[in-house]
Design a protein. Sequence first.
Length: 155
Amino acid sequence: MKNIILFYLIIILLSGCKQSPEQRVINPGTQSRILIAMTTTEFKEQIVSRIIDDFGQQATIEINGLSSLKKINPAEYNAIIIMDACEAWMKFNTSLNRFTSKHTAADNVIFIITAGDPDWKWDNKNYRAITSASETTRIDDIVSELETWLATRIK
C-alpha cells in the first residue's frame, strides 16, 4: 500500500514539472489571433516554428505555457492550439482538463497530444485533436493537418 501511495505521489509531483515556453508574441497588431499554449519539447518547438513560418505574417501569434489557459476566453482568438503530452491517459493533464471542463466545446480549438504509444488516440468528442508519438517523421503530417485547419480560421 505504501508503494502505491508513493507511486501516485511521484506521478503527481512530476506532472507539475512541465517546462513552459518563454512567453512571446509574433507580429502583434494583426486582425487575426492565434494562441499556442504548450509544454516545451524539441518536437513541439519544431511544429511551432513551422506554424510561425506559415502564419506569422497573417496573424498575431501568442505563445504561452499551459497555465495561461485558465485566463483566456476562446472567443478572443481565431485559433487556439493546445500542445501537451498524455499523462496517465490524460488524468494528470490538469491545465488541459480544467480548460475542457470550463469550455465544453469550441470549434476554434485544436489539441496536439503526444503519447508514447503511436496508436493511442485521445477520446474527447467535443474537441478536434491530433495525437502522435513525438517522432520527427510525423512533423510534416501534423503541420499539414494544422495548416489546413488554420487556413479556415485565419482571414
